[in-house]
Design a protein around this ligand. Structure first.
Ligand code: KG4
Ligand code: ZN
Length: 351
């Protein structure tokens, strides 16, 4: 089965074609037009600006994805797209609308069914590209818009164990980067600054003295909270007249605080629910310390559990993950009539 995926929930315009058969999904093409350069000067995504860029990008991006997959856009029936999967939420409503309207138009023109995809479900299914996971599996999706720990007992069977009560982990990285003047987007900028700490020989300025909290690490649930961590960083640098000389130290401590909380809760949940696999997804899954430290924690604390992390290009927003989620929904015949397809900016992850 051939699925065209479309993703426009935030600031990446993306289209991809995947082929699914049995439990296997392979990517035939994946095209992403990033808007990072456009939003850099504002220090964050400006919804109206993002939506306008999606309008300009969506048709060239979708055509390129189809062509790279060997499908002629105007004659898709030659080498058929079987269905169109599109992100309907959660996300920025004006951005979502561009993808949804495009999917509806193509569905009408081609006479093909559409599949409504939850963006978080898309991130989860990034782990199913070229891999056949075992259930029950635990997934942490961590990005600029969401931080969610999900138990998955089978395809489409989700139990949300916990989520952030305020800022998403990526959002916290972005705000920390702003406070430290580290750059945009914040996650890679904080990670790069933190890496510098390792290359600087210890001096009195870099040694100790920087201690940030690990919010909710000891809470009895699987929820997260990152806005207090950002405020703690703000107060710490306000108190420290030398902070500008210690940016790598502050970045490293901030990153470690986020990584500690995420890993602690993943291991606790995996033990409680006897998970066979652990998966990571979302933009923050690109964080090298999170990846490496989680790998070690899984090896040391969970015997026989396999850690799955998608390729970097499928961690950040892309449409291959949307098409992959679409394939598994299509297998269960979960189609929507294009006339009934709607955006849902606050969409919940439901079964
Ligand atoms: O999944 P994504 O591309 O978009 C959303 O759905 O939000 O995630 C983007 C987020 C941003 O907040 C960015 O700062 C963060 O992922 N991010 C990182 C890293 N690379 C991207 N955070 C920490 N470390 C990284 N290396
Ligand atoms: Zn995302």
């Amino acid at each position: 089965m051939i699925i065209l995926g479309i993703e426009t929930s935030c600031d990446e315009t993306a289209a991809a074609v995947v082929r699914g058969s049995g439990d296997k999904v392979e990517v035939l093409s994946s095209v992403v037009a990033s808007q990072i350069e456009i939003h850099k000067k504002y220090g964050g995504v400006v919804p109206e600006v993002a939506a306008r860029a999606h309008v300009l990008n969506i048709l060239p991006v979708a055509s390129e994805a189809l062509e790279k997959a060997g499908i002629t856009p105007l004659a898709p029936l030659v080498r058929g797209v079987d269905a169109i999967a599109v992100t309907v939420g959660p996300g920025l409503v004006t951005s979502l609308l561009v993808g949804v309207e495009t999917a509806k138009t193509l569905a009408y023109a081609w006479g093909k069914p559409v599949i409504a995809i939850n963006h978080v479900e898309g991130h989860i299914y990034a782990n199913f590209i070229n891999v056949k996971p075992k259930f029950p599996t635990l997934i942490l999706t961590v990005s600029g818009g969401h931080t969610m720990l999900v138990l998955m007992k089978g395809h489409g069977k989700y139990k949300v164990l916990g989520e952030t009560r305020d800022d998403a982990a990526g959002e916290a990285f972005d705000k920390a980067a702003q406070l430290l003047g580290a750059g945009y987007p914040g996650g890679p900028a904080v990670a790069a600054a933190a890496k510098l700490k390792r290359s600087i020989p210890p001096t009195p300025l870099y040694q100790g003295g920087i201690n940030l909290p690990r919010p909710m690490i000891n809470s009895s649930d699987f929820d997260f909270s990152f806005s207090g961590l950002k405020t703690a960083l703000l107060y710490a640098i306000q108190r420290d007249k030398n902070w500008k000389k210690k940016i790598p130290g502050y970045a490293a401590e901030f990153q470690q605080a986020v990584v500690d909380v995420l890993i602690y809760k993943i291991i606790k949940a995996a033990l409680k629910y006897n998970c066979k696999n652990i998966m990571l997804s979302g933009g923050v899954a690109a964080n090298v310390e999170l990846r490496n430290q989680l790998k070690k924690a899984v090896e040391n604390k969970l015997s026989g559990v396999k850690l799955i992390i998608p390729e970097l290009k499928y961690c950040t927003d892309n449409a291959a993950m949307i098409a992959a989620a679409g394939y598994f929904q299509a297998r269960r015949k979960k189609f929507t009539l294009w006339q009934k397809l709607k955006t849902d900016a606050n969409k919940e992850l439901t079964n």
